[in-house]
Design a protein around this ligand. Structure first.
Ligand SMILES: Cc1ncc(C[n+]2csc(CCOP(=O)(O)OP(=O)(O)O)c2C)c(N)n1
Length: 546
């Protein structure tokens, strides 16, 4: 069999449905083999778009999303999505081409050491030097990508190896069950929770990967313990729950931090140090139980006293089984915070000023989307507003990146959501800066016949950095730009373009976009004037008063 045919057969054996990518001439044997396969090629306009789409596929399905690029410049364009998948624990496999490795007349033309370049941002990176090991290397790459903690893997397929005749055989996919935690660790966790006066549950990104909703829902219902989430832990338990205190979006001085400050024990299910810290540990301060698939990595702000390592669902269920509700648990402060938060969050929900406040947009999105519809966020200041203020009813209904926190992933992520779940509505909320970083994928979305809406929050600036600049007392410098006409821009791709002129006009456009097929791009002028006074000033005062 030709080696590139075997490569594709091995990918089919892994259940690969799509390959997202931008082929180069070094991938042409691979492409020829792919043309005979059941796997669909999703041609994108930039390797970054392909990588973000593949990573999101991995994030949503738990199966590695596969992307393809050529050597040199194609491979370097995959660096950001590789880091995105690796930090975000999204299983993703990258395949890159290379000039022939045995005989080549290319000298150094386009050649960089891609395998080494990928080393710090992947779990596994290899050049295939012999076609007979293709099948085993692919099996190993998929195993690595999906094993806890999931992440990015990379295989380089040189042109001459792709053309070889080989007799490789396919390896069966072998899944395994995650080990359960040791009883001693469970006993210790139960004892610590029972001894605490104000225990508080934290739900992090890793609890969002597997089906932990039921176990965690049972834990909070049976114990009465209050909970908060990291940004990537949002939605694991329906946030309408009376014990939900909020999402840690800021680093400090939010209502949720007042609860964290008061708690004497944090039961941390699924948070690791990759996400922006939702709280900081201090020596001699509160205690932390780390419940996760892996033991905690120690960091100056995170050094839990107890690790419960193993399958998260099983750990949580075992703790719940044994835990006795204590009469001296004191939750009245948490209840007070819950009441304060409710009033604070809804304050600007009905404020119809235009340009629109991000708080108002959050509310309109919640009102207009169904329980399981999805918002994908790019990276900008609005991410804080959505993480704090948007109420998730189900896991993975607000997809954001709080690990690499890269700009440019909002639109590609929404495209994958629509590919996978055509019955769900999906809206990418992007800043004008982040949208422009991968806006060329509008062509891909239109060509694929996808149905999605993009809302561009137009402030003519890198708003997030402006907000930090103001907080640091620096002058307003170096962060403003001009935007293209987004309506014409969208239309030139064959998408529908709209510019919102008022609050009610935006609502009309939003309804049209959500209820009609095709790609819809809404230019929404945004008012960020309350970012500093609320996020930096008011919250400090409010939380100090609690
Ligand atoms: C690829 C990348 N480059 C730079 C940054 C740093 N950064 C974070 S947010 C931001 C500004 C985002 O601006 P925009 O997308 O317009 O959103 P806004 O904050 O204005 O709503 C920048 C430059 C980043 N996170 N990712």
């Amino acid at each position: 069999m030709k080696a590139s045919d075997l490569f594709i057969k091995a990918l089919e054996n892994e259940g690969v449905e799509y390959i997202f990518g931008v082929p180069g001439e070094e991938n042409l044997d691979f492409l020829e083999s792919l043309s005979q396969s059941t796997i669909k090629l999703i041609l994108t306009r930039h390797e970054q778009g392909a990588g973000f789409m593949a990573a999101t596929y991995g994030r949503l399905t738990g199966k590695p999303g596969v992307c393809l690029a050529t050597l040199g410049p194609g491979a370097t364009n995959l660096v950001t999505p590789a880091a995105y998948a690796q930090l975000g624990a999204m299983p993703m496999m990258m395949i890159t081409g290379q000039k022939p490795i045995t005989k080549s007349k290319q000298a150094r033309f386009q050649i960089i050491d891609v395998v080494d370049m990928m080393r710090p941002i992947t779990k596994f990176t290899k050049q295939i030097v012999d076609s007979n090991i293709i099948a085993s290397q692919i099996r190993e790459a998929f195993r690595m990508a999906t094993t806890e903690r999931p992440g990015a893997v990379h295989l380089e397929l040189p042109e001459d190896i792709a053309q070889e005749e080989c007799s490789g055989e396919i390896f069966d996919v072998v899944n395994y069950i995650m080990p359960n935690p040791d009883d001693k660790a469970i006993d210790a966790a139960v004892a610590m929770i029972q001894k605490a006066k104000m225990p508080l549950l934290l739900i992090g990104a890793d609890a969002n990967r597997k089906i932990t909703c039921q176990a965690l829902g049972r834990f909070v219902d049976e114990t009465g313990i209050y909970f908060f989430t990291t940004q990537m832990g949002k939605g694991v338990i329906d946030e309408r729950h009376p014990q939900y205190l909020g999402t840690a979006a800021l680093s400090s001085n939010d209502f949720v931090h007042a609860a964290i400050e008061a708690a004497d024990l944090i039961i941390n299910v699924g948070h690791d140090v990759i996400e922006k810290p939702p709280f900081f540990m201090k020596k001699g301060g509160k205690k932390v139980i780390h419940i996760n698939f892996e033991p905690a990595e120690v960091d100056p702000v995170y050094f839990p006293q107890l690790n419960v390592v193993g399958d998260i669902t099983h750990s949580v269920n075992k703790v719940t089984d044994q835990l006795q509700v204590q009469e001296d648990w004191e939750f009245s402060f948490f209840k007070k915070i819950k009441d304060e938060v409710k009033g604070h969050l809804s304050k600007y929900f009905k404020d119809e000023r235009f340009p629109m406040l991000p708080q108002r947009l959050v509310n309109l999105m919640r009102e207009n989307l169904g329980d399981k519809d999805v918002i994908t966020l790019d990276n900008g200041i609005y991410k804080l507003w959505f993480a704090r203020n948007y109420t998730c009813y189900h896991p993975n209904t607000l997809l954001l990146d709080n690990a690499l926190a890269s700009m440019g992933a909002g639109l590609p992520s929404a495209m994958t959501v629509n590919l996978l779940y055509p019955d769900k509505k999906v809206v990418a909320v992007c800043g004008d800066g982040g949208f422009m970083m991968n806006s060329q994928e509008l062509e891909t979305a239109v060509r694929l016949g996808l149905n999605l809406t993009v809302i561009i929050l137009n402030d003519g600036a890198f708003g997030m950095i402006k907000w930090k600049q103001e907080d640091m007392g620096f002058r307003n410098f170096g962060l403003d730009y001009k935007n293209p006409d987004f309506v014409k821009y969208a239309e030139s791709y064959g998408a529908h373009g709209y510019r919102a002129e008022s609050d009610s006009h935006f609502q009309e456009i939003l309804a049209t976009s959500l209820n009609n097929p095709g790609v819809h791009v809404i230019d929404l002028p945004v008012d960020y004037s309350l970012n500093h006074p609320i996020l930096n000033v008011l919250l400090k005062q409010k939380t100090a008063e609690l």
